[in-house]
Design a protein around this ligand. Structure first.
Ligand SMILES: [Zn+2]
Length: 372
């Protein structure tokens, strides 16, 4: 029940990214009361929190975010998104599943755990209000701050809603990389009736794009599906049907496995566009390198806790979008994601199963008991 109460308090705060709206102060009060040392780490308009209990190794950290995605059209919600509402065994509200329910469960898990024993190691919380937005001044900056102080995390559990049909049926042990490319091909504008006086950038781009989309980048591996490239936008033309446009702009995204890295992908793309003799420019934005936790301690602790309490063995997955795990893993941290069902996240009428909140808190506590 206390996990539900805390989740309700957090959902009541209108923390649309990058707003924290006082969520972290609620968390701080709870963690201070059980002996955590608090560091408030605001960067620009982002609110971040580092909290630590003890100094010994290993250091196990709960990571998460207090920000939520915008609610969208309010009249599409059955009840107001920032007024938590219990109905038919579900708790409704923006952030209920992503991820204020998990935050509440992490805190009550630590309260229960520290209420019964001293850990053989230390505990931390890494909380940001910039996960759903640009992710520039959030977890990345806190990781830099930790590294400057020589604080090395051993295990990190991210509370992202990893579950599909039932609580804990899936945990994430890595994520694919994500790379955005923007191709601009320049031609020469002209009248469609006088193509000899123009150069059509759409025609020029098409052959190279056909080659680009036909590439078999890799076969994937045991932990990752094959890399995929998708074109998401093509912009060109003046709107007139008798004008050859001056340029075309093409956006594409790659979700890539650990078989590849962004440098290799970029080089291959440059080669293709160069070989077609295009007058082009390529702009890149890397939103995350792929990561994978291959060491077993944290994964095994989570699997056996889930098996004991829920009676199933979770699927170990690397599917879905990116998460802040991508900023934590490169420091040599074992990272997994374990949270509630994700079927309603980012949608109207977002919700979490009320009975899952206490189960999640017990799972987190059980994992702590196994590791510390
Ligand atoms: Zn999330």
């Amino acid at each position: 029940m206390k996990t539900l109460e805390l989740a309700r308090k957090l959902i009541s705060r209108e923390s649309v990214t990058p707003e924290d709206a006082g969520c972290q102060e609620i968390i701080i009060a709870r963690l201070e009361a059980i002996g955590f040392r608090i560091e408030r780490l605001p960067y620009d308009d982002v609110t971040n929190l580092w909290a630590q209990y003890g100094n010994s190794k290993p250091l196990m950290v709960f990571a998460g975010h207090t920000d939520v995605v915008p609610p969208g059209p309010l009249d599409a919600w059955d009840t107001p998104p920032f007024q938590p509402e219990e109905r038919d065994g579900l708790l409704y509200g923006r952030g209920a599943a992503d991820m204020k329910g998990s935050l509440a469960a992490m805190i009550t898990a630590c309260e229960d755990f520290l209420g019964t024993r001293e850990p053989r190691g230390s505990l931390g919380f890494l909380i940001t209000s910039d996960e759903e937005g640009t992710a520039v001044n959030g977890t990345v900056r806190v990781m830099e701050w930790l590294q400057q102080r020589g604080i090395n995390i051993d295990y990190c559990l991210v509370g992202e809603p990893s579950s599909a049909d039932n609580l804990a049926d899936t945990i994430k042990i890595g994520r694919r990389g994500s790379l955005n490319g923007r191709l601009t091909v320049r031609g020469i504008q002209g009248h469609v009736a006088y193509p000899q006086l123009a150069r059509n950038p759409i025609h020029q781009a098409l052959t190279s794009l056909a080659e680009l989309t036909a590439i078999q980048w890799d076969q994937g591996n045991d932990s990752f599906p094959p890399t995929s490239l998708q074109i998401s936008n093509i912009h060109s033309g003046t709107g007139a049907v008798n004008v050859i446009p001056e340029s075309v702009q093409v956006d594409f995204n790659l979700r890539f496995s650990t078989e590849l890295d962004d440098v290799t992908i970029r080089r291959r793309c440059e080669e293709i566009f160069s070989s077609h003799g295009l007058d082009f420019q390529l702009d890149w934005q890397l939103s995350g390198q792929p990561f994978l936790t291959s060491e077993r301690e944290l994964i095994d602790a989570a699997c056996s806790a889930i098996n004991e309490q829920i009676g199933l063995m979770p699927e170990l997955s690397t599917s879905g979008g990116t998460s802040d795990g991508r900023f934590i893993s490169p420091a040599g941290v074992q990272v997994i994601e374990l949270g509630p069902c994700n079927e309603s996240i980012h949608k109207v009428n977002e919700h979490v199963i009320i009975s899952d909140l206490d189960k999640l808190s017990s799972l987190y506590r059980n994992i702590l008991e196994k590791l510390l």
